[in-house]
Design a protein around this ligand. Structure first.
Ligand code: C2O
Ligand code: CU
Length: 432
C-alpha cells in the first residue's frame, strides 16, 4: 500500500459516539445511519450502525457485572452480534448456525452475559460479517477495572478503513472474489476515530486502540509523548513495554498509557512512508502531571497453564490467490478443509490444556481468532508470551499457542480477515 492509493483528504479529528456507563440493561438498535467518515465539508456516508451512529456507541461495563443488551435488528437483513474477546456463555456468542439462529429483520434478541475480565473489547456483526462490519456494524466495548490505573483521560481509538466513492458513498463491491482471494477488502481511506479530541500537555492518558477493519493490518506509529504498552486484546502485560511501532491485525486491540508532550498523532506505515490517521489536539496544560513510572495493570485471575501437560494439534492455513483450491468455490482452508464442518475440528475436555501449532502455508498474513477464550502465544524459546484472543501469523510463518479450554460450548476459530473467513478459513472446536 502506497500513500497515494488513499483518497487525499485532510485529517480532521472525528469523534466516536460514546455512551458513558451503560446501564445494566441497554438497547442496541442496528439500523441505517449517516456517518461522518470524511472530514467536515465532504459528503457524509450512508452506512449501517447502532443507535444512530457508526461506529456504534461505546459500551462500558464494570468487571463482573451481568449485562443485558437488547439487540433490535432494524437493518432490513439478518444479523447477530458477537462480543469479541469476552469469555461468555456460549449461547450469547452471536454466531449464526453455531450458537444461535440469525436474528431476522425486525426481530430482537436479548444478549445476557457476564464480563469477567476488564479490558478493551469490541462488538460486531457476525453474519455476513465481511459485508456487515464493512458497512459499519461494530462498536467498542470496555470492561472497567474495579480500580483503574491513574490516568487523566481514558480514550478509545478506533482504527479502520473504508472503500469510498468520491461522493462519500461506500463502494458497493462487497465480497468480490479478488478481495476474498487476496488480502481482503482494503479501503482507500483510513483513519483513527477518537472518543476525545483534546488533551492537556502533561496529561497521562490511556489509549485503547481497536483495529475494526475487515482486512487491513495497521502498523501504527504514535507520536506526542512517552508511552508504554500495557495490554493486548484486553489482557495486561506483566510488565509495561516501551512504546515502539505497533502492529494490529484485524480485531486486535492494544492499550497504551502515555504522558502527553504535544499533539498525539497516529500514522499508518505505508510502503513509501507514513499516512496520517489523525491526531488528538493539545489545549492547555495539566497543572499537576501524574508522572512516575507506569505500573502494570492488575493481572487477571488466571492460572498459568502447564505446557508440558498439553495435548498437541496442528492447524495449517492454506489457499489464497495462486494457492490452489480446497473445496467448492472457497479460496481458503484449514488442514485442507474449507468452510464450516458439520463436526468440530477437535473436541476438548473442559479444562484441557492444548497446544496448537498454527502454520501459515500461504502468501498472506492471517490474524487468527478463537472465540470465548484467550490463549498464550508461545515464543521460539517455548516461553509463554502475550495472552491474546487474536494472533497474527505472518506468511510462511508458524506460531504455537497454548490454551486452557475452560469455557464449555461450540467455539469458532477463524481468520479475522473477514473475506478469508467467508471464503473458507474457519472451523470450530467443542469444549464439553
Ligand atoms: Cu471478532 Cu468471529 O469474530
Ligand atoms: Cu486470513
Amino acid at each position: 500500500m502506497n500513500r497515494r492509493e488513499f483518497l487525499a483528504c485532510s485529517v480532521a479529528a472525528t469523534l466516536l459516539p460514546t455512551i458513558v456507563r451503560a446501564a445494566p440493561a441497554i438497547r442496541l438498535k442496528a439500523e441505517p445511519v449517516t456517518a461522518r467518515i470524511l472530514p467536515e465539508g465532504e459528503a457524509p456516508t450512508a452506512m449501517l450502525g447502532f443507535n444512530g451512529s457508526s461506529p456504534g456507541p461505546e459500551l462500558r461495563f464494570r468487571q463482573g457485572e451481568r449485562v443485558s443488551v437488547a439487540f433490535e435488528n432494524a437493518t432490513g437483513r439478518s444479523s447477530a452480534i458477537h462480543w469479541h474477546g469476552i469469555h461468555l456463555d456460549n449461547a450469547m456468542d452471536g454466531v449464526p448456525e453455531l450458537t444461535q439462529a440469525a436474528v431476522e429483520p425486525g426481530a430482537t434478541f436479548d444478549y445476557t452475559f457476564d464480563v469477567p475480565y476488564p479490558g478493551t473489547y469490541w462488538y460486531h456483526a457476525h453474519h455476513r460479517s465481511w459485508e456487515q462490519v464493512a458497512r459499519g456494524l461494530y462498536g467498542p466495548l470496555i470492561v472497567e477495572e474495579p480500580d483503574p490505573p491513574a490516568v487523566d483521560r481514558d480514550i478509545t481509538v478506533v482504527l479502520d478503513d473504508w472503500r469510498l466513492e468520491r461522493n462519500g458513498a461506500l463502494h458497493e463491491s462487497f465480497g468480490n472474489r479478488h478481495d476474498f482471494s487476496h488480502g481482503g477488502r482494503m479501503g482507500n481511506y483510513a483513519r483513527a476515530l477518537f472518543s476525545t479530541d483534546t488533551v492537556r500537555r502533561g496529561d497521562r492518558i490511556r489509549l485503547r486502540l481497536i483495529n475494526a477493519a475487515t482486512a487491513r493490518m495497521f502498523p501504527v506509529k504514535i507520536a506526542g509523548g512517552a508511552g508504554r504498552v500495557v495490554a493486548h486484546d484486553g489482557m495486561p502485560l506483566a510488565e509495561p513495554a516501551p512504546l515502539g511501532e505497533l502492529f494490529l491485525a484485524p480485531a486486535q486491540r492494544t492499550d497504551v498509557i502515555l504522558d502527553v508532550a504535544e499533539p498525539v498523532s497516529f500514522a499508518l506505515r505505508a510502503r513509501d512512508g507514513f499516512f496520517p490517521l489523525g491526531a488528538i489536539a493539545v489545549s492547555g496544560s495539566n497543572p499537576a502531571p501524574l508522572g512516575g513510572p507506569v505500573a502494570p495493570l492488575p493481572a487477571p485471575d488466571i492460572p498459568t497453564p502447564d505446557g508440558k501437560a498439553a495435548t498437541r494439534h496442528t492447524l495449517v492455513m492454506q489457499g489464497g490467490a495462486m494457492g490452489g483450491r480446497h473445496g467448492g468455490s472457497d479460496f481458503w482452508a484449514f488442514n485442507h478443509r474449507s468452510g464450516m464442518p458439520v463436526e468440530p475440528w477437535r473436541r476438548f475436555a473442559r479444562g484441557e490444556t492444548v497446544r496448537i501449532a498454527l502454520r501459515n502455508d500461504t502468501a498472506f498474513a492471517h490474524g487468527i481468532h478463537l472465540h470465548g477464550h484467550h490463549f498464550h502465544e508461545i515464543g521460539e524459546d517455548g516461553a509463554l508470551g502475550h495472552y491474546r484472543d487474536t494472533t497474527l501469523v505472518d506468511r510462511q510463518q508458524s506460531r504455537d499457542i497454548l490454551c486452557v479450554f475452560d469455557n464449555p460450548g461450540k467455539w469458532l476459530l477463524h481468520c479475522h480477515t473477514l473475506g478469508h473467513q467467508a471464503s473458507g478459513m474457519k472451523t470450530w472446536v467443542e469444549v464439553a
